[in-house]
Design a protein around this ligand. Structure first.
Ligand SMILES: *[C@@H]1O[C@H](CO)[C@@H](O)[C@H](O)[C@H]1NC(C)=O
Ligand SMILES: *[C@@H]1O[C@H](CO)[C@@H](O)[C@H](O)[C@H]1NC(C)=O
Ligand SMILES: *[C@@H]1O[C@H](CO)[C@@H](O)[C@H](O)[C@H]1NC(C)=O
Ligand SMILES: *[C@@H]1O[C@H](CO)[C@@H](O)[C@H](O)[C@H]1NC(C)=O
Ligand SMILES: *[C@@H]1O[C@H](CO)[C@@H](O)[C@H](O)[C@H]1NC(C)=O
Ligand SMILES: *[C@@H]1O[C@H](CO)[C@@H](O)[C@H](O)[C@H]1NC(C)=O
Ligand SMILES: *[C@@H]1O[C@H](CO)[C@@H](O)[C@H](O)[C@H]1NC(C)=O
Ligand SMILES: *[C@@H]1O[C@H](CO)[C@@H](O)[C@H](O)[C@H]1NC(C)=O
Ligand SMILES: *[C@@H]1O[C@H](CO)[C@@H](O)[C@H](O)[C@H]1NC(C)=O
Ligand SMILES: *[C@@H]1O[C@H](CO)[C@@H](O)[C@H](O)[C@H]1NC(C)=O
Ligand SMILES: *[C@@H]1O[C@H](CO)[C@@H](O)[C@H](O)[C@H]1NC(C)=O
Ligand SMILES: *[C@@H]1O[C@H](CO)[C@@H](O)[C@H](O)[C@H]1NC(C)=O
Length: 851
């Protein structure tokens, strides 16, 4: 039997709250046991023990050790108190539902351990509900179980499920970096890091409640730093909670059920897998409470890290490397118009764009068009293809109108969502729409009809990709009405409105939408990928709503233009990026009608500068348009065009990161967590390990404080080469103007900037030792390696049939006198058939200029 001394002490500290002693009303007395005694420890049995010993659940009091199974305390520090029952509950009602009441704050909270648990029952040889009903009065599910699925040495799934539900599990026989312990007496799990017995996850601190329409489970991952959901660092003020609802909708389809925890200088993380609506509450102690409105199963997948890079790799779902062109400037237009005649008339090709959608409503308009504008669409597509522009078709999940053959086929295949036994009709873009169930067994036949419909307007070969927009799915026709749920909050009401009704049905009425909502977008994504795999195997599909099964939400829609939205959007995208959505992007200047082109010009310029640091670039809004040409002043247009130009130079660098399946965009702590100051940084972040980006995130700023990690020592300002020694003081103050693209490069790196086939190098020398050095790599079908000194650069891994030329090399040195640029022979070829080439700046740049 293994116990963990430090964990026990920690438990005790949290339980004990002597200072507050006396404030509690203790309404429940225990027969024979004094209830305010201190719980000294629970002894867990490892499930891996060869012989599972008889359960021992000790309750240790001052006088000695007593065996019991019914002892709990109300003496819990306020930041650990798990709310119980309805808000504004009376103390009598609180008592009735077996919880503690505090008079001064009038709050009702669970005992520790909670009276709501599933305890081992020898008669049935299973875990049964201690309480017959939940604090919200619904009947408890009788028997529950927890299964452990050991995925690999660094990843394990803990699956809470009804006893009758089968789950697939696996037990590894090889060494693992975690240890899972299940208490024998109660349904409680703990996971420890093998190496140092650090507690990574415990479900012991909260209740376990399960009923058909309300379940509750909680986790404790760390007392130090918690990151995740829709942002990086999570902070919870005293006496408050942080709430998020995982139920994809118009306003929030990007909150991920994912946490990263930092504890004792190491990281670990969890992904919560559950298809129904789930409210996540975080207490000031970082205790995480999950409340689900459905029964079924909840799976928590834990990865052990311990570094951000390893954690990222462990949580990453296998992905194909996206094509290079997916980083191109993508242009789309939004709005309510679904009149194809008008969309075609208003369309004008924008040559800024290297990929285009024509209009987000193109497909909807085609469905309403009844074949009138066949030639019009083909005309525009011809234009796009002639210009070499990629065509990404926006595919909302709905079927618009009921006149198409597609609609008829959907009806006859019976794949549409129903409500009260008839096809459910919703509204989107002011149109009547119906919703296919993309998880339906006949969905491939539906997609065949979909593709037949498409080819009347568009040749499939002309489609380079699909953008699955509004696929949470959007529905303007529905607001959830009366409370059909024992537990319901305003947040849940918001989240469950404007989408399919929770009780619309699929599969002949046997499944409620509620149970499938969070996988709707994922089903659309995978079914389309599967269908188009035969005609277009490399089709690029990006989606607003995914689940954790495959990709992440790769586009975020419905963002209003405001400084605070830009600020939180960056934070959100940073977390998305490190949990596997590598092609992160931002709708520049917002994509809704909330935008004032005059007042918000500075904001819009900054938004472009932010977008320029991301591996995907998306301009797509309703009117007023926000593409460079349509900005308010020529100055703004020029500034954002320059930002786009600069971004283009970095694309090979971004792509190199993507090709290694690494996040391009990273919060500061990803590489520099040695100083916990980095956890809260949002106005600055990294592209890869070597480029540091900082933004003034409000207008009128002339000074910016930037943190340059000390570990690197010397950083150079990226464009000018000014040197900063961060060894002693990490923070620097710099002067900025609103249009500055503030960036720094770490010493020792070579940044290959490429425009077409012409290379320019920025060489940020590390002169710590006698020889100044720098190195870098670039992915060009294979990896090119660069090794530079202050006199020469060697490029190796040059492909056989290449066509690269070198324009200039810019050296950044340990000198405050700005930079030294060596121009080599303009357009010197790097391709001599040799695998590598060394260019000596001093000899080869006879006509070089020394600045
Ligand atoms: C977290 O717990 C450890 C020991 O259990 C303690 O030393 C540390 O101070 C705690 N940290 C915070 C931020 O509360
Ligand atoms: C939290 O509540 C306690 C007790 O009600 C109170 O003393 C304290 O000031 C509150 N803290 C904050 C930040 O409101
Ligand atoms: C679409 O717009 C055209 C031109 O504005 C108009 O003639 C036509 O009636 C409209 N179609 C529909 C279905 O409203
Ligand atoms: C669609 O077009 C066909 C002829 O092309 C016509 O017969 C039919 O009435 C049209 N339907 C609608 C709803 O306009
Ligand atoms: C199509 O929709 C219209 C208007 O909503 C309705 O009147 C008509 O009956 C529907 N037709 C079919 C075939 O469902
Ligand atoms: C369902 O449809 C039936 C008849 O079609 C109707 O009587 C009943 O009121 C409907 N129920 C709801 C909840 O709309
Ligand atoms: C769906 O749920 C709502 C309450 O949210 C209820 O009013 C309605 O009758 C239900 N509809 C059906 C068809 O059961
Ligand atoms: C696409 O087809 C290829 C070859 O048939 C197969 O290996 C791949 O798994 C398929 N991909 C999808 C998403 O179905
Ligand atoms: C995340 O969600 C919380 C609660 O809904 C909200 O207060 C916070 O601003 C959001 N953060 C970001 C970065 O969007
Ligand atoms: C972290 O950075 C801060 C500056 O923000 C500095 O004061 C502190 O000493 C650093 N801590 C460590 C451990 O380097
Ligand atoms: C700089 O060079 C020194 C000595 O070679 C090395 O220890 C250090 O890691 C280098 N720093 C960076 C940031 O590459
Ligand atoms: C950076 O500053 C440290 C002291 O803070 C000093 O030891 C080191 O030599 C400086 N490095 C350079 C390159 O000037």
């Amino acid at each position: 039997m293994a116990t963990n001394a430090s964990w026990l002490q920690e438990q005790n500290r949290e339980r004990e709250d002597y200072k507050n002693e006396g404030k509690y009303q203790r309404r429940i007395t225990f027969k024979g046991i004094i209830c305010n005694k201190i719980v000294k420890g629970w002894i867990f049995l490892t499930i891996f023990a060869t012989v599972v010993p008889v359960l021992v659940y000790y309750f240790v009091v001052d006088q000695g050790t007593y065996k019991t199974n019914n002892s709990s305390t109300c003496s819990i520090k306020s930041e650990f108190r798990v709310p119980c029952g309805k808000i504004n509950i009376s103390s009598a009602d609180c008592e009735k539902i077996h919880c503690c009441f505090e008079l001064s704050t009038e709050t009702c909270y669970h005992y520790l351990p909670s009276k709501y648990s599933y305890d081992f029952d020898e008669n049935t040889n299973g875990y049964v509900a201690v309480q017959k009903s939940t604090p919200y009065d619904s009947a408890s599910i009788q028997k529950l179980n927890i299964s452990i699925n050991e995925i690999n040495e660094n990843k394990v799934s803990i699956i809470l499920h009804e006893d009758t539900v089968d789950v697939s599990t696996n037990t590894l026989n090889s060494a693992k970096n975690y240890k899972v312990k299940i208490a024998d007496e109660k349904l409680i799990v703990e996971v420890y890091r093998s190496e140092d017995d650090d507690l990574l996850l415990s479900t012991a601190k909260g209740p376990l409640i399960a009923s058909n329409n309300y379940s509750e489970w909680s986790f404790y991952l760390t007392n130090q730093t918690l990151l995740g959901l829709n942002q990086t660092l999570i902070t919870v003020d005293e006496n408050s909670t942080f709430n998020a609802v995982i139920y994809k909708n118009n306003y929030d389809h990007y909150t991920l059920p994912v946490f990263w925890a930092y504890k004792n200088k190491q990281f670990h993380g969890i992904v919560i897998k559950h298809d129904g609506p789930m409210e996540i509450t975080i207490l000031p102690s970082y205790m995480v409470i999950l409340k689900s409105l459905t029964g079924g199963k909840i799976e928590v997948e834990l990865s052990v890290g311990p570094t951000p890079t390893l954690l990222h790799d462990q949580q990453l779902v296998a992905q194909n490397i996206p094509s290079y062109w997916t980083m191109d400037t993508y242009m789309c237009r939004r709005g309510d118009n679904v009149n194809l005649t008008q969309l075609i008339k208003e369309y004008s090709l924008d040559l800024q764009a290297t990929s285009d959608c024509i209009h987000e409503n193109l497909l909807a308009a085609m469905m309403k068009d009844n074949g009138t504008n066949l030639q019009g669409v083909r005309g525009i597509l011809g234009q796009l293809k002639e210009q070499g522009i990629k065509f990404l078709l926006s595919v909302p999940p709905q079927i618009f109108g009921n006149t198409t053959d597609l609609y008829k086929e959907a009806v006859s295949l019976d794949v549409l969502y129903k409500y009260n036994s008839t096809i459910y009709k919703g509204k989107y873009l002011k149109q009547d729409v119906v919703y296919p169930d993309y998880g339906h067994s006949k969905i491939q036949s539906y997609l065949k009809a979909f593709s037949t419909f498409l080819v009347t307007y568009i040749d499939i070969e002309d489609i380079d990709g699909f953008v699955l927009n509004a696929n949470w799915p959007a529905n303007d026709n529905y607001r959830i009405s009366n409370l059909s749920f024992p537990y319901f909050t305003e947040d849940l009401r918001e989240a469950m409105s404007n989408t399919l009704p929770w009780n619309s049905t699929l599969n002949n009425g046997s499944v409620l939408h509620l149970q499938k909502h969070n996988t709707y977008g994922y089903d659309q994504l995978t079914s389309m990928k599967t269908y188009f795999n035969s005609t277009n195997p490399n089709i690029f599909v990006t989606s607003a709503s995914d689940t954790f099964g495959d990709g992440r939400p790769t586009i975020i829609q419905n963002v209003n233009a405001s400084w605070s939205n830009l600020y939180s959007h960056i934070d959100n995208v940073l977390f998305n990026s490190i949990v596997g959505n590598h092609l992160v992007n931002t709708p520049v200047c917002g994509d809704t009608a909330v935008y004032d082109s005059v007042i918000q010009e500075t904001l819009c310029i900054r938004w472009y500068l932010v977008a320029a640091t991301m591996p995907a670039f998306r301009i797509g809004s309703t009117e007023p348009w926000r593409d460079p040409e349509n900005l308010n002043t020529a100055f703004a247009t020029q500034t954002v065009q320059r930002a786009i130009q600069r971004r283009k130079m970095f694309l090979p660098y971004y792509y190199t990161l993507l090709s290694r399946n690494e996040p391009a965009l990273r919060p500061m702590f990803y590489d520099y967590y040695e100083n916990t100051t980095t956890f809260s940084m949002k106005h600055q972040y990294m592209i890869g390990e070597n480029i540091l980006i900082a933004h003034p995130l409000s207008s009128g700023r002339t000074k910016l404080q930037v943190y340059l990690p000390s570990r690197i020592g010397v950083w150079y300002e990226l464009w000018g080469g000014k040197m900063y020694n961060s060894t002693g003081e990490a923070w620097i103050d710099i002067d900025v103007v609103e249009t500055d693209f503030v960036a720094f490069v770490s010493q020792g790196s070579v940044l290959p900037l490429r425009t077409d086939n012409i290379f320019n190098f920025i060489v940020a020398l590390n002169c710590t030792s006698k020889i100044c050095e720098a190195s870098g790599t670039l992915f060009e079908e294979s990896y090119l390696n660069f090794n530079a000194t202050d006199t020469a650069i060697t490029i190796s891994g040059i492909p056989q049939n290449c066509n690269f030329t070198l324009e200039n090399v810019t050296l950044y040195h340990y000198t405050n006198v700005s930079i030294v640029t060596y121009y080599t022979n303009k357009n010197a070829s790097l391709c001599s058939g040799e695998d590598n080439i060394t260019i000596d700046y001093t000899t080869e740049s006879e006509d070089g200029i020394f600045i």
